[in-house]
Design a protein around this ligand. Structure first.
Ligand code: TYM
Length: 343
């Protein structure tokens, strides 16, 4: 990472605020991940001291077939780069390459209460849906996520709406630790955009677009064939109102299509709604499909150049070195304050 390294040892050593986020590729990355998170990381990399990682420890809270997991992790890094994250501007790493995550994760698990962890919406949803045993790792997942954030003194955590509660727990844990042991952690703020923070499933717009969707029809993967992408959008579930309005409650399917288009094209939702007065849903879907396919086509062509190049390994090595240096200092500080370290 060249000349930047020295200045970034502590947030505040530079005018740039620090930002951190991660994605957990238990499947292929999808349009929700892209609009809610990834494309924002790309925008932020010029103005923030940005850390983005692949949360591979978080992936194994449920059994993952090892070969499939390895492919998803590699694809995720290739997609980070293909979407425009630049390893010269931000620090990109694999969570398990930086040992301090698991270690601070355990220490923060010991600061977390059973009650607050059992109130986490994602834990409740996932443990209800699970058809296999629920692991203790799924339960303590938010404490590990807090460690991911607090290790780097991140000021901001850009995430989609569904991760807000986890970032709030990270804030609570930071404050609890600071009160108990004196100021140690920066208290991070979630950064959630107004449009596109929760992209919904195309086949059931009452649910979030998600890799754990029962049917594949509702989820657009960044590596889907473009014909498949178009078909999924053209068959998106809408309603019987036959008029294009942004009304999440009564017209969730159409509102979702409007949010997708607005996020990708930059045109405000109101302006799209105006253009579509008196026009049918078919026309709207066609334009949404054009916009989405154009974006995904660019990403896929860059992905094809990157996925078998040595850029992935180089990026991860450079990222792990920098992230390890910074996180180790923080971990030592925490351990000293807790009385774990003798010297
Ligand atoms: P994950 O992998 O579920 O999602 C990654 C990012 O994508 C956002 N997202 C969405 N945004 C809009 N619409 C959707 N349908 C949608 N689906 C997902 C998520 O909000 C998230 O920002 N626990 C995290 C990973 C993580 C993390 C961290 C994030 C681990 N440690 C530290 C930030 C900071 C997760 O499972 O995200």
């Amino acid at each position: 990472m060249g000349p930047k390294i020295g200045v970034f040892l502590f947030s505040g050593g530079t005018n740039m605020k620090r930002m951190l986020s991660g994605i957990k590729p238990t499947g292929q990355l999808h349009l929700g991940n892209y609009i809610g998170a990834l494309r924002n990381f790309v925008k932020y990399q010029d103005d923030y001291d940005l850390y983005v990682f692949i949360a591979n420890l978080h992936c194994v809270t449920f059994y993952q077939e090892p070969k499939a997991l390895r492919k998803n992790l590699k694809d995720a890094i290739a997609l980070y780069l293909a979407c425009g994250l630049d390893p010269e501007k931000c620090t990109i790493f694999l969570q398990s390459d930086v040992f301090a995550h698991a270690q601070l994760g355990f220490l923060l698990t010991c600061q977390s209460y059973m009650g607050e962890l059992s109130r986490m919406t994602q834990f409740k949803e996932k443990s209800q849906k699970a058809d296999e045993s629920i692991t203790a790792g799924l339960f303590t997942y938010p404490s590990l996520m807090a460690a991911d954030i607090l290790l780097y003194d991140a000021d901001y955590v850009p995430v989609g709406d569904d991760q807000k509660q986890h970032v709030e727990l990270a804030r609570d844990l930071a404050q609890r630790f600071n009160n108990r042991y004196s100021k140690t952690f920066v208290v991070p703020e979630p950064l959630i955009q107004k449009v596109g923070a929760r992209i919904m499933s195309l086949s059931d717009p009452s649910k979030k677009m998600s890799k754990s969707d029962e049917s594949d029809k509702g989820c657009i993967y960044l590596l889907d064939d473009l014909k498949v992408v178009r078909k999924k959008i053209m068959s998106a579930v809408t309603d019987n109102y036959a008029t294009v309005n942004f009304d999440k409650e009564n017209q969730p399917g159409i509102s979702n299509l409007l949010e997708i288009m607005s996020s990708l094209s930059g045109e405000p939702v109101d302006s799209i709604v105006c253009r579509y007065q008196g026009k049918g849903y078919g026309e709207l879907k066609k334009e949404v499909a054009d916009v989405v396919c154009k974006e995904i086509e660019t990403i896929q062509s860059r992905y094809n150049e990157i996925v078998n190049s040595d850029l992935i390994e180089k990026t991860l090595q450079q990222g792990a070195e920098k992230a390890s240096r910074i996180s180790y200092k923080k971990l030592k500080k925490v351990q000293r304050k807790m009385g774990i370290d003798i010297f």
